[in-house]
Structures are given as structure tokens and as C-alpha cells.
Design a protein. Structure first.
Length: 176
């Protein structure tokens, strides 16, 4: 059973890493679909908790993949998930670095680069939507998500201020 989990983690995370245009957050929707909807390895709440820990812990945001691996198969799962997520992208980055050295000044290459920017933004926005759907189950969480979105889009205030405010508010409700 554990070897089946390790093989699925290796295959899924290797493939996901190749489409992580914009970073690990760009693959959150598909990772959620695979882990929660397809494999039924965890529920929405577990996924959101792992994602949250991966985001607040120091280090790269790809840590969420390592945490999923740990949750699924312990230390070996963490190692497989991390290597599967990093290996293909490192190889692809090296290949692309060589390619850019040769063709980076070509007009057609600049068109490709400009075309990838909106794809990355779209993938990251989709990740936010998936996380909001998985985490927002009360009036307070829906309000917190909407207010943080408005704060981020309409002001220059750091969204972490909203995080602190709603964390304190949630703490007050928990005490009451």
C-alpha cells in the first residue's frame, strides 16, 4: 500500500511540477482535485490545514507538497513528494536556461514570455478560488476572504493586516 502511495505521489507531483507556472500556488487546484476528489486521501479541511502550514512556515511555498507527502507516507512520502516536485522543474529550468541563452533575444521568444504572464496569473487566481471554496464555510470566513480580497485589490495595505485582524476576531469568538 505504501509503495502505491509513493508511486502515485511521485507521478502526480512530477507532472504537476511541470505546469507550476507561477510557483507552487499555481498547482493548488489540481493538487486539491487529485488529493481530495480523485484519491480521497484527505478532505477539504485537511488540505486547507496543510496548505496553511506550508504558507506560514518559513521557506518556499512548495513546502505544502512536502507536507502532503509526510501526511500520506511519513518521511519517505515527504522525500518522494519533494524530489518529485523539484526534480523535473530543476531539469526543465536548466534546459530552458540554455535555450534562453541561445534564443532569448529573438522576437518570437519575447511573445512567448509575454503570453505566459497571464497564464501564471490565471493559475494563481484559480488557486485562490479553490482554497476559498475549501476553507470558507462560515459567515466569518467568507467575510474574511472577501475583505482581504478588497483590501489587496483596492488599497496598498498589506493583506497580512487583514490576516491579523481576522485571526484576532476569530480568537474573540472562540473565547466567547
Amino acid at each position: 500500500m505504501k509503495s502505491d502511495v509513493l508511486l502515485k505521489l511521485a507521478i502526480d507531483f512530477s507532472l504537476l511540477s511541470l505546469v507550476a507556472v507561477g510557483g507552487a500556488n499555481a498547482i493548488v487546484p489540481e493538487m486539491h482535485r487529485q488529493l481530495v476528489d480523485v484519491s480521497h486521501w484527505m478532505n477539504d479541511a485537511e488540505f486547507v490545514r496543510l496548505f496553511a502550514v506550508g504558507q506560514v512556515a518559513p521557506g518556499p511555498n512548495i513546502m505544502v507538497l512536502s507536507l502532503v507527502g509526510w501526511r500520506m507516507a511519513g518521511l519517505s512520502g515527504m522525500l518522494v513528494a519533494t524530489l518529485a516536485a523539484l526534480g523535473p522543474t530543476c531539469l526543465l529550468s536548466w534546459i530552458m536556461g540554455r535555450f534562453v541563452q541561445r534564443h532569448g533575444r529573438a522576437p518570437w521568444f519575447d511573445s512567448i514570455r509575454r503570453g505566459l504572464a497571464p497564464v501564471a496569473v490565471g493559475l494563481i487566481l484559480a488557486s485562490g478560488l479553490v482554497m476559498a471554496r475549501a476553507a470558507d464555510h462560515t459567515a466569518l470566513t467568507v467575510t474574511a476572504t472577501a475583505a482581504t480580497l478588497v483590501l489587496a485589490v483596492a488599497t496598498s495595505i498589506n493583506p497580512l493586516a487583514a490576516l491579523g485582524f481576522f485571526a484576532a476576531l476569530a480568537g474573540l469568538f472562540a473565547v466567547a
